[in-house]
Design a protein around this ligand. Structure first.
Ligand SMILES: NC(=O)c1ccc[n+]([C@@H]2O[C@H](COP(=O)([O-])OP(=O)(O)OC[C@H]3O[C@@H](n4cnc5c(N)ncnc54)[C@H](OP(=O)(O)O)[C@@H]3O)[C@@H](O)[C@H]2O)c1
Length: 285
């Protein structure tokens, strides 16, 4: 199968690239924004036709959550309009789309793991534009698979894990928020799950929204402590509340995703967050 992976330099795109050699039956096209700007409808249409794309895995996104509050158009163009452009290109070419979305489509006011059918109510520009992307995809390509994930980290790119490792070495102590609850996601695990779907016709025939993170629950504070401990560092880390660390974008207080639908539909076992974190931190150290 000819597979286009957009956002190939990002965390998720890089992890898919790393695993791609184990999927020799597929012909991958990995594109960065320099190779293929997904906001350029004509370029996308040409690429799909020229390369006979049969599956698009959209890992490209505007992911600067706080910056998006002051760059609404830029975030909208990539997260919403370009999602629609890719969906239309898939529809025209009879291709499948696996798109990645976010827990930030929720407001986080329900204190239980969120299912796919729960009411969305984004608190931020990033969350609103990602939700609009989901809607545009469902409008133009109902057969698409949309995977909502959360708290993504990897050995690639910039992320919370790398920031904590750096700050533990630079600062005498850290203050980390403990009243935002969710689940970390190792991008390598999400990449493996996407390739699992891509490599099975029955799975690829599924459609709709699915939730995927690692298993378990923690706060950012617990996440930071785990990173520090796995790395063998000893910097004191103290819990603080959200109001003590104001940011331009509001974030959901509780955005644990229920993954039952994903696990049952795709017959897939998801690793526990701390197990995957150990793998990643050990590579980084
Ligand atoms: N990071 C998280 O914590 C998190 C949480 C929940 C959901 N998600 C979702 O998970 C997916 C993957 O996230 P990630 O962390 O891997 O993102 P990332 O590391 O920020 O990578 C995103 C990539 O998108 C590319 N991109 C941006 N604008 C583009 C354009 N106009 N055309 C083509 N490519 C463009 C960038 O490519 P260039 O570098 O080439 O410009 C960048 O490498 C995204 O859909 C994101 O919304 C992420």
């Amino acid at each position: 199968m000819n597979i286009l992976v957009t956002g190939a330099n990002g965390q998720l795109g890089s992890e898919i690239k790393l695993l791609a050699s184990s999927f020799a039956m597929h012909n991958f096209f990995f594109t960065t924004s320099a190779d293929l700007d997904i906001t350029d409808a004509a370029a996308v249409a040409t690429f799909f036709t020229a390369k006979h794309i049969q599956l698009c895995v959209n890992c490209a996104a505007y992911t600067a959550v706080d910056k998006a509050e002051s760059e609404k158009d830029a975030a909208y163009n990539v997260n919403a309009a370009a999602a629609g452009i890719l969906a239309k290109a898939c529809a025209v070419n009879g291709a499948k789309l696996i798109h990645v979305s976010t827990d930030f489509v929720f407001d986080g006011n329900l204190a239980r793991p969120l299912v796919e059918a729960d009411v969305t109510n984004p608190l931020s520009v990033y969350g609103s534009t990602k939700l609009e992307g989901e809607k545009q995809i469902q409008q133009h390509l109902p057969s698409a698979i949309i995977l909502r994930t959360a708290w993504v980290y990897s050995t690639f790119g910039n992320n919370f894990v790398k920031t904590i490792l750096r700050l533990c070495k630079e600062k005498p102590q850290l203050n980390i928020i403990y009243d935002q609850i969710g689940t970390p996601t190792y991008a390598g695990d999400l990449a493996a799950a996407i390739l699992h779907i891509a490599s099975n016709e029955k799975h690829l025939a599924q459609q709709g929204v699915f939730h995927f993170t690692n298993e378990g629950v923690c706060s950012w504070y617990d996440f930071a402590i785990a990173v520090r401990d796995i790395a063998g560092l000893h910097t004191p880390i103290f819990p603080i509340e959200t109001y003590q660390y104001p940011t331009p974008a509001a974030r959901p207080k509780f955005s644990v995703l229920n993954k039952k639908l994903f696990k049952e539909t795709f017959a897939y076992e998801i690793p526990y967050w701390r197990t995957s974190l150990e793998q990643c931190v050990k590579q980084l150290c």
